[in-house]
Design a protein around this ligand. Structure first.
Ligand code: 5CA
Length: 160
């Protein structure tokens, strides 16, 4: 049963279920706040963890979500070039406003308004990847193909 999910994890589970996906959000006893912690708690490679990083366009002020492999550092210059404007890292308040979730639990999908999303092509290397599901203890597994379907991202080389 997943009736015991915390409210933020529940929202992610409901988003997935509403799209007919049988994916299951799991809440783990160990922290999944960072990619390394999530990999440890799940028992997978850090590279299989989907980091959800939020940036803000300096010109338009719009949020940009970069979903990247847990081992990659994202090159902000590459993101800026892809979207055609300089970017800044979002602060905690901006992240919550844009995504509906707090840092450490930001899922790659299921935001109040769909975000312009760029996906790290390195995530395609793994048959299964794991993403945050609303809280620093909640994650779900999916395929890179399904992430592309749900997030409709621009697929790119984003690593530094
Ligand atoms: N739950 C895991 C993945 S399963 C997770 O959320 N990892 S993460 O990498 O996507 O989220 C942590 C990221 O939030 C950090 O990489 C960092 O880019 C960002 N972050 C952490 N602290 C702050 C902060 N104070 N302000 C803005 N961004 C922050």
């Amino acid at each position: 049963m997943d009736t015991e999910l915390s409210p933020s994890a529940r929202r992610v589970q409901d988003y997935l279920a509403a799209r007919g996906r049988s994916l299951r959000v799991v809440e783990l006893p160990g922290s999944t706040r960072t990619a390394a912690e999530a990999a440890q708690a799940i028992g997978c490679e850090t590279a299989q963890i989907v980091k959800s990083l939020v940036f803000r366009g300096r010109t338009g002020g719009e949020a940009v979500l970069v979903v990247a492999s847990g081992v990659n550092r994202v090159d902000e210059g590459k993101i800026a070039a892809l979207i055609g404007e300089p970017i800044a890292k979002a602060d905690a308040d901006f992240v919550r406003r844009a995504t509906g979730f707090a840092i450490g639990g930001v899922p790659p999908v299921g935001h109040p308004v769909p975000l312009r999303t760029i996906m790290d092509e390195d995530l395609l290397r793994y048959p299964e990847i794991w993403a945050a599901a609303g809280t620093p203890h909640a994650v779900f597994a999916l395929t890179p193909a399904l992430l592309r379907e749900l997030a409709a991202p621009l697929l790119a080389d984003v690593k530094a």
